[in-house]
Design a protein around this ligand. Sequence first.
Ligand SMILES: C[S@@+](CC[C@H](N)C(=O)[O-])C[C@H]1O[C@@H](n2cnc3c(N)ncnc32)[C@H](O)[C@@H]1O
Ligand code: SF4
Length: 351
Amino acid sequence: MILYLHIPFCESKCPYCAFTSYTNKDVLKEAYSKAILRQLEFELERFNPQLKSIESVFVGGGTPSVFDSKLLKPFMQRLLPFLNSAAEITTEANPNSASLKWLLDMREIGFNRVSFGVQSFDDKKLKFLGRVHDAKNAEEAVLRAYTAGFENISVDIIYGVKTDTKKLLENDIRRAAALPINHLSAYSLIIEEKTPFFQRKNIQKESLSMAKFFVKTLENENFSQYEISSFSRGYECFHNKQYWQHESYIGIGCGAVGFDGQKRFYPSRNLEEYIKSPLIQKAESLSEEDLKLEKLFLAMRSNVGITLEFFSEQAISKVDMLINGKKAYIKDGRLYSYNYFLADEIALFLI
Ligand SMILES: C[S@@+](CC[C@H](N)C(=O)[O-])C[C@H]1O[C@@H](n2cnc3c(N)ncnc32)[C@H](O)[C@@H]1O
Ligand code: SF4
């Protein structure tokens, strides 16, 4: 089993971001730390039949680095009896708030992986994206994490911004690659509804050739793509791979999502409501058809692939067509796509 915890606090709101996060509710942090503990008890009970051990924890946000580790400690202590000794325990962090003290404290309470929201190493692009750090801050933050003893460090980069050029992206990758990181996530900018970027024009530059150039440049720096947005230099994120294999997950916090293999659970996205009633959640039942489709899409977007037994006789003839057209291949009884950027088209073709 894997567990996701959402920290819905941020220092400032980025104009592209639709994740649940609040910038002016720091006084609620302590109450939040109690609410997540209440929800944890409830989920440990609910998932009890499936729960052998917890193999990974991912604390995301919002901005976990603005949440004092003292407020997280009781939560981590309660998880301790369930944690696998080799569990991957990741926290997201923002470059400017991840102080050496916070990083050391997080190591002490069990974290062994950190993922920084860097977005770019170009100061103009960072300004355009509304970030409060600069490129130098980002480099220093990664080095601090390394000094604090984190061996597994990842950075997030955003591409597909209108001002992106090959030269700029090359510089983003080169500066990232020079750091002691073994993972990089590269997200193509999504213009989300109800964000300030949604009201503006000319923000995005969608270009398949640019995306391909990005992947090629990363490969030259020894990062291999193992999912549409994920690149490994010797370390693949265990937690994300469990999502792509459609495993169940416990989701804790305001704006988190849980999944028991059949249903999704949504605690409130309203912070005050969540703190008052962390056990009140919307449940969404997924049909067998929905589940199958999700599984196929996730499998084609990553090196997880899918067993051939998944396909009906009719669909197997389409699998053959994909193989003949060099769009997919079979290895050890599983189907994989060659080009993760074509994953959605491949999945749609196979339905
Ligand atoms: C949930 S955010 C939290 C990380 C952290 N708060 C930060 O911003 O540094 C995780 C990552 O999602 C990506 N992201 C968020 N909104 C996005 C968008 N609209 N388009 C593409 N990527 C996005 C960013 O790369 C970000 O680092
Ligand atoms: S991108 Fe990160 S820092 Fe910016 S608002 Fe979203 S969660 Fe907060």
